[in-house]
Design a protein around this ligand. Structure first.
Ligand SMILES: Nc1nc2c(ncn2[C@@H]2O[C@H](COP(=O)(O)OP(=O)(O)O)[C@@H](O)[C@H]2O)c(=O)[nH]1
Ligand SMILES: [Mg+2]
Length: 202
């Protein structure tokens, strides 16, 4: 598996188009998007971890290429990862929110998005912003919920939290194909997640 940074887009016009299928990483500022992307790709510093929450307002694109057993080097399978700017309006001035909305709406109109990884800190509950966004996204794409930072709760708390969050989604009639519980810091829980998303490569 090889991965490289391709480009970043600060607004809708700057969004690149790709032939390959895409997986989008969506979540609040600080939910662990960049850390998860690095952990999946086994690359520590590829997606820079935001030190200033709310200021990473760009969509960052990475190309992942996978060797196909028995094929030549050229015949690789390719997948695009999109590390999307975090939301969480407490840290963002109002004008950033409009820019964020524009960028996201334009991004999700693109046709090659195979799945959305929606990240949430396992210690949090959904608020109206999360639910609104999830409702919008789940109408357009397959959502996989990724509960992050499970090292921050006791081992016995992970499953009950997952069940509670699953029930909340059901209650709000939001479709979500799978829920993963991970820790990028402690390297927990993402073998299956990695396999699932890498299988989208074409
Ligand atoms: N304890 C713990 N902290 C994490 C984990 N993943 C990310 N973090 C921390 O959470 C903060 C935000 O992570 P980052 O990946 O930049 O989130 P992003 O803003 O969504 O891209 C950083 O300080 C990370 O070190 C995790 O699995 N466990
Ligand atoms: Mg980030």
């Amino acid at each position: 598996m090889d991965s490289t940074y391709i480009t970043s887009a600060a607004n809708a016009k700057a969004l690149p188009m790709f032939e390959a299928p895409e997986v989008a990483f969506v979540g609040r500022s600080n939910s662990g998007k960049s850390s998860l992307l690095n952990a999946i790709l086994l690359r520590r510093g590829l997606a820079r971890k935001g030190r200033t929450p709310g200021l990473t307002q760009m969509a960052n694109f990475f190309e992942v290429s996978l060797k196909v057993p028995g094929k030549t080097k050229k015949e690789k399978k390719v997948l695009i990862f999109a590390d999307l700017p975090g939301y969480g309006y407490a840290e963002n001035p109002q004008k950033n929110r409009m820019a964020w909305d524009d960028l996201m709406i334009a991004y999700f109109r693109r046709s090659k998005i195979r799945a959305i990884l929606f990240l949430m800190d396992i210690r949090r509950d959904f608020d109206q912003d999360d639910l609104g966004l999830l409702r919008f996204l789940s109408k357009n794409c397959e959502i996989m919920l990724v509960l992050t930072k499970i090292d921050k709760v006791g081992k016995t708390e992970v499953e009950p939290r997952k069940t509670l969050i699953q029930k909340a989604l059901k209650g709000h009639k939001i479709d979500c194909s799978q829920i993963f519980c991970v820790s990028s810091q402690k390297n927990l829980g993402f073998d299956e997640l990695r396999q699932t998303i890498l299988s989208f490569a074409e």
